[in-house]
Design a protein. Sequence first.
Length: 338
Amino acid sequence: MRAAIIDAPAKIRVASIPDPTPRPGELVIRVGACGICGTDLHIVDGDSPLARYPVVPGHEFAGEVVAIGEHAALIGSGVKVGTRVAVDPNMPCCHCEFCRTGHENLCLYYAALGVTVNGACAEYVTVPAANAYVLPDTMTIREGALIEPVSCAVHGMHCLDPKSGDTFLIVGAGTMGLLLLQLALHGGASRVAVADVNTQRLARAEQLGATRTHKDINKLLADEPLGFDCVIDATGVPSVMEAAFAAVKRGGKFMVFGVAPNEARISLSPFRIYNDEIKIMGSMAILFSFQPALDLISGGIIDTRAMLTAALPLEDFPKALTMVRHGEGVKTQIIPNG
Ligand SMILES: [Zn+2]
Ligand SMILES: [Zn+2]
């Protein structure tokens, strides 16, 4: 089969590798669509501490079951050859302290398809049957491949736990910022302001219902002088996070959703955290949020038309990375069997 391979940081190729065969408990999926995101850029750039090389990237995908390993049909609740599925790429160990206390996303022995083992930027991918979710007939494969990023946004909202009527500031209007915007509006936010340096992205945020958008956080703060109940950073840029923190209302919440470099540091006022009773939280990947994300998409809550932009063949994997790096469009996907 053809696959995109990252041999080492900055060493990418599209080449032929052996077709996968399923071991017990596994399925082989013929990949219909696979999204590209910032995580893939981190693996290519060599700044993902979790990545192993060589690796076939691709962790946001859906496709059709073509082979079923021993016992896998039992685990994968009714999957047959031909069943269309989306796959949660996370493979927690299930026996460390964090897994055993319901925090599988914080697993000490983290493994994931497309990061530590081969993923779905390939014609076929092998997956644990337990990670497969059957798609409703009404959902397209490209929508199915959007479940994974939506699932991360859903986990973010679970962590943030906003109240009905809260005001929001979302900083960063890439795929994740735009998904968080839609979830905030659906979840009962009274006003959602969105900041981004890219004006095309701000226009998209307005189409999706943002109350107010601007390049400059301070301009948005001028309309909301007491600040926002919930401020979410979806950029991972340290200087932007510091500016965003200044926009949190007294008693409000600040969530770090964007992925900053491991060695980055930000400067916050501890007096303000104390005196204004500000809650600071993080949100990492997915936790019990894959099925809710599937349901939000099939229920029409997420505007998938606005989210799904470019679809490229596998041979264009390097081009897809460049598009994501330059913030072109929203969600860029690879169609390996197009
Ligand atoms: Zn991703
Ligand atoms: Zn674990």
